[in-house]
Write a protein that binds this ligand. Structure first.
Ligand code: THU
Length: 133
């Protein structure tokens, strides 16, 4: 499955958004090396901070099935925004730990896309290594 196809899958996932507060649908599709796809959408809540972003939904769905960072080929994240939007700070922290540093992340809207990696979008990250004695 190529980049464009995974982006299409992420737009499918976006249809399941629950975003009555922001009205900003986001979708994500995570491809494993053995060809499985895990989907995520942003799921909001009246208690705003309790909501979850699309990319974390997809990552947690995959991890909940036993997928780990070394099993992951790529992650696509899409929205309808005018510009291609980039993961929020909390998601960058989660992406940094749950993906390999150089796993491709495809970001797209309906018109354009770009590819980034976890280490590019969160340089000098706090991570597991910092907790080691
Ligand atoms: N959101 C995501 O799902 N992923 C991102 O990368 C950026 C923001 C969601 C959170 C919230 O439901 C809505 O977009 C507006 O912030």
């Amino acid at each position: 499955m190529n980049k464009e196809e995974l982006i299409r899958e992420a737009f499918q996932a976006m249809n399941n958004t629950y975003s009555p507060y922001s009205h900003f649908p986001v979708g994500a599709a995570l491809l494993t090396k053995d060809g499985r796809i895990f989907y995520g959408a942003n799921i909001e809540n009246a208690s705003y901070p309790a909501g979850n972003c699309a990319e974390r939904s997809a990552l947690f769905a995959a991890y909940s099935r036993g997928v780990r960072r070394e099993d992951i080929e790529a992650l696509a994240i899409v929205s309808e925004g005018k510009r291609v939007s980039s993961p929020c700070g909390v998601c960058r922290q989660v992406l940094y730990e749950l993906l390999n540093p150089d796993t491709p992340i495809y970001l797209a809207n309906r018109n354009e896309s770009k590819t980034v990696t976890p280490s590019e979008i969160l340089p000098d990250a706090f991570g597991m290594e910092d907790l080691a004695e």
